[in-house]
Design a protein around this ligand. Structure first.
Ligand SMILES: NC(=O)c1ccc[n+]([C@@H]2O[C@H](COP(=O)([O-])OP(=O)(O)OC[C@H]3O[C@@H](n4cnc5c(N)ncnc54)[C@H](O)[C@@H]3O)[C@@H](O)[C@H]2O)c1
Length: 318
């Protein structure tokens, strides 16, 4: 699907994700309509888009003029009927299966017969979500990562009934909005990104619980070792470059020592029970009191923008 063929993108849910996704399409010149339950939700989204724009301008990734076009390209409504002429409808509403199913049942009656339907669910079953749909061929998971106006990855998740054409068209569209799509061939919990992320998270907790290393050294080992490689070469190519015979020998003695925990770890449960939830409670694995929360987020965003500039200056990332 060529970006110039897109007349209108419909986005349901004007929260963190819906607003960021709207900004991305509007920045590429698409007309976008965003819906939510109430006017106050839509107002929140208008403010979010302005904030995303301002950050991008500050980093030199967007001009002031471009921000005006972005704002003009996005309209807002509390009425789903605005989706009646959309080419693609992306749902980014509350993460509850029954709410999402009811949403799609209603939208299927409103939308064009040839419109694509995509859900931004973090992990609900794509097959279950479309189980009651008349036409499953045009339905797909489209998992943007937060913040969607910065992170390049979009996972396109096939349901059993998704047509090849849907995958191909939307993959092309993702490239056109400067995203890096990956295809998840079947509906599996965690898709690709979260399976990888949580395998690392589980092992990081295991290393601490075994007394092998503490919080800071675990994080620094990842950032300056494997993590240093990952923006350039993924885990499979890392193995190719290291030598698959060597990776085979290491796997044969190391795998048995790695975590196969089936439940959230004791450390994580304890942190939950004591309400140490990370930056939101100013304490987690690290202390975030006295402004350290904002300082951490600022440093993270600065580095994210540097990486984004690098990607933009090189065209595509691969
Ligand atoms: N936040 C993340 O890190 C992240 C990342 C990837 C995917 N997601 C997924 O994206 C979706 C949205 O997440 P979010 O973080 O933007 O949530 P959010 O709470 O910021 O926004 C959700 C919005 O949906 C609206 N909403 C709820 N029910 C609705 C309905 N029936 N019709 C229309 N609007 C409705 C809410 O009023 C709210 O404004 C979820 O499925 C979530 O799992 C979130």
């Amino acid at each position: 699907m060529k970006i110039q063929d897109v007349k209108k993108i419909g986005i349901a849910g004007a929260g963190t994700m819906g607003s960021g996704i709207a900004q991305v399409f509007a920045a590429k010149g698409c007309k976008v309509v965003v819906t939510d339950l109430g006017e106050s939700d839509l107002e929140k989204s208008r403010r979010l888009v302005k904030l995303f724009n301002a950050n991008l301008v500050e980093e030199g990734l967007l001009t002031e003029d471009a921000t005006k076009n972005i704002v003009d390209n996005i309209s807002y409504s509390t009425d789903k009927k605005v989706f009646s002429d959309a080419d693609l409808i992306i749902e980014a509403i509350i993460e509850k299966m029954e709410v999402k199913q009811a949403f799609w049942a209603e939208v299927e009656l409103i939308a064009r017969n040839d419109a694509f339907f995509a859900t931004n669910t973090s992990g609900l079953s794509i097959n279950e979500m479309c189980s009651k749909m008349q036409n499953k061929k045009r339905f797909i998971g489209m998992h943007f990562w937060n913040p969607p106006h910065i992170i390049p990855l979009v996972e396109l998740i096939r349901a059993d009934g998704t047509a090849d054409e849907t995958v191909d068209d939307l993959k092309e569209l993702m490239y056109a909005i400067n995203k890096e799509p990956v295809v998840v061939r079947k509906d599996a919990p965690g898709f690709i990104g979260n399976r990888l992320q949580f395998a690392v998270f589980r092992e990081a907790l295991h290393i601490m619980e075994e007394g092998i290393a503490g919080v800071d050294d675990v994080d620094r080992a990842m950032r300056y070792g494997p993590g240093f490689r990952y923006p350039v070469i993924g885990p499979l190519q890392t193995a190719d470059l290291g030598g698959l015979d060597t990776f085979y020998y290491i796997s044969s003695y190391l795998f048995a020592s790695l975590s196969d925990m089936k439940e959230p770890s004791v450390t994580l449960k304890n942190l939950m029970e004591t309400q140490q939830l990370g930056v939101k409670t100013k304490s987690g694995f690290y202390d975030y009191s006295n402004g350290k929360d904002e300082e951490t987020i600022r440093r993270r965003d600065k580095m994210f923008f540097k990486m984004l500039k690098h990607i933009h200056s090189n065209g595509k990332n691969s």
